[in-house]
Write a protein that binds this ligand. Sequence first.
Ligand code: TYM
Length: 333
Amino acid sequence: SLRVLTGITTSGTPHLGNYVGAIRPAVRASLVSGSESFYFLADYHALIKIDEPARIQQSTLEIAATWLAAGLDPARVTFYRQSDIPEIPELTWLLTCVTAKGILNRAHAYKASVDKNNAAGEDPDADINAGLFMYPVLMAADILMFNAHKVPVGRDQIQHIEMARDIAQRFNHLYGEHFVLPEAAIEESVATLPGLDGRKMSKSYDNTIPLFTPREQLRKLIAGIVTDSRAPGEPKDTEGSALFQIYQAFATPEETETLRKAYADGIAWGDAKQMLFERIDQEVAPMRATYQSFIDNPGKLEDILLAGAAKARKLATPFTADLRRAVGLRNLT
Ligand code: TYM
């Protein structure tokens, strides 16, 4: 069967970009019969950026509760925490040894940090930990461990999935056909959701709208989305409008057409923001209570995650044994 897998780094509070780029399409994919889904909390990845244990734990709780509130059925999918699967760092090492250092040098996230240091006249590797450099190999291990075919992600993750393919190909070439070559699954209309300032919505830009922010806070945040200074009655451009793009990610095609016409007819920014607020709130409101019930009951969440880890390891343990054998390591009993 077709295997679908994706993860979210536990480095902050889930935002609208995570929801439309990964969580919503992944939950939908999990409902398609004949597919098998693997969704996880990437807490090893979080350590690259965060050295505050309490923040990792809080984020893990929030992201897990978000998946479940968004309709993920843990009985139907394999839902787990990355660090509960010790075979993943083990596979990371096997993959590290077939990964060309040059492809890691070219990874966008690492390169962006180097470029920033260069621009500031600093040592190119100042403040860069080796985890950031190795990030794509750990991510390849996440994907290849479960032989995922499709990986629903936002556009920013495409390069990582291409690297996972390269690494899989190299391993297969050296040791035989062990891995499926994964592909990114991108939802074109929401591939990069803009944030409050119009740049990609991202924890690192501090421009996010948290998915489960209280209603009045949601209204306030939406009021702060950047617009141009055109007055009510003046036609507005949908092109490059963050407000329009966010609306489109939540609305039906018909609703989007209605807003497009309203832009042409010179809708006031305040009214457009009100439309966006209502549209998002309509989608989020039914999920709020479930989210809160899990936040208030972390024990229940923990049970779900541990059951998911046991399910995942039923596959990971024998597969890792095969891989150890393939590369010439002793078989663990
Ligand atoms: P992360 O935690 O940065 O983001 C989680 C998911 O949300 C998507 N996303 C967006 N989509 C659209 N618009 C946005 N503004 C936006 N911001 C974030 C991301 O594309 C991603 O799909 N490396 C991954 C986590 C990871 C993973 C994996 C993913 C670890 N192992 C294996 C897939 C498969 C990350 O940091 O995503």
